[in-house]
Design a binder for this molecule. Structure first.
Ligand SMILES: Cc1ncc(COP(=O)(O)O)c(C=O)c1O
Length: 358
């Protein structure tokens, strides 16, 4: 009988709740307004010939590198940050190697690491999800082969200073260190401003969030040229599809569109946080396009009540340290207004007012 590798048997598939996502989608931290009109126009202009050809990644990769102020050899375009994580795990992990993450965090780090047979060391964040810097530093050993930090972190929206991340990378020169900057645009601080980097440091960016292109699956992995060339070896030459490659220059070229959306999200985030305060719901101040909120034991009912109002939000109750928590994506002003009105209504109906985290 055919048997998969041993690592597959203990792997739990990550099944995000993608089915039936009708209504206002505030459950996956997507853009609520979508991409720039320029991007759509380019996509509509593509013809059969453009799709018949295998995609050529390199010229667009060079544009991506220029945008980040890097050389083409220092970047790899990927099928979203998800693929960047997968490729790093393939390139650097052997069975039994150790991977360090601070939890709660994005689920795909552990999944791809475990798929390689690596041992994932999940370090619990401190009070109010403070990044556990000392604990991370103390768990680095010669078996550590990968350290991953999302900055800002998902699902908490919390951040860690770039200097602390550099300190970790320098403390583990034998390990790859990935700083996942999927929500960079909503925060504004980046490892890219702290160069030169140590050779083991990688930074990942996505076009799924601020750029509104989650459906296209495109991201950028940046790092040391020699290390990127190693990662490139395990990537398919056609990992990014022709449509994504055709529109990326348009997306990069319309920074005004992205900046406007990001400014709107930041204003909306402040408004939402203010409302949560008024309603007496505990939340964690966020630097991303979402806010984690504690609603207590009524979390499932809370989510259901939003669904009944045509709004999808995400249950984070089973994430470490997130018992009774839900995550609300912050979008445009208009969508945040709808969210806030529903929030007032649901909090009142469920009698949640003043529910505080114990
Ligand atoms: C921290 C983090 N990294 C990566 C991703 C996935 O990014 P992409 O769509 O580029 O694969 C997400 C998506 O939610 C995320 O929260």
């Amino acid at each position: 009988m055919l048997e998969p590798r041993a690592a597959m048997k203990s792997l739990h598939a990550y099944r995000p709740p993608l089915a039936g996502r009708q209504g206002l989608r505030l459950d996956f931290n997507e853009s609520t307004i979508g991409c720039a009109p320029r991007v759509l126009a380019k996509m509509r202009s593509l013809d059969a010939e453009a799709l018949a050809r295998y995609p050529e990644r390199e010229p667009v990769e060079a544009e991506g590198a220029r945008f980040l102020g890097l050389d083409a050899a220092q970047v790899l375009l990927t099928n979203g940050v998800d693929e960047a994580i997968h490729l790093l795990c393939s390139a650097y992990l052997d069975p039994g190697d150790e991977v360090i993450t601070a939890v709660p965090t994005f689920a795909m780090y552990a999944l791809f690491a475990q798929a390689e047979g690596a041992r994932v060391i999940q370090i619990h964040s401190g009070e109010n999800f403070a990044f556990p810097l000392e604990d991370v530093l103390s768990r680095i050993s010669e078996r550590t082969q990968l350290i991953v930090v999302a900055n800002p972190n998902n699902p908490t929206g919390t951040v860690v200073e770039c200097e602390a991340l550099l300190q970790i990378a320098q403390a583990a020169p034998h390990a790859a260190m990935l700083v996942d900057e999927a929500y960079f645009e909503f925060y504004g601080e980046t490892m890219l401003d702290h160069r030169p980097w140590p050779e083991n440091l990688f930074v990942a960016r996505t076009f799924s969030k601020a750029y509104g292109l989650a459906g296209l699956r495109i991201g950028i992995l940046a790092g040391d040229a020699r290390q990127i060339s190693m990662v490139r070896r395990v990537a398919s030459p056609y990992n990014v599809n022709a449509v994504a490659l055709a529109v990326l220059p348009e997306a990069l070229g319309d920074q005004a569109y992205v900046e406007q959306y990001v400014a709107e999200v930041r204003r909306s985030r402040t408004e939402l946080e203010q409302e949560l305060k008024t309603l007496g719901l505990h939340y964690w101040p966020s630097q991303a396009n979402f806010v984690l909120v504690h609603v207590g034991s009524a979390h499932a009912e809370f989510i259901q009540a939003f669904r009944a109002r045509g709004i999808l939000i995400r249950d984070r109750n089973t994430d470490p340290g997130c018992e009774g928590c839900v995550r609300l994506t912050v979008g445009s002003s208009k969508h945040t207004q709808i969210l806030i009105e529903a929030l007032r209504d649901v909090v009142q109906k469920l009698g949640l007012r003043g529910e505080v985290r114990t």
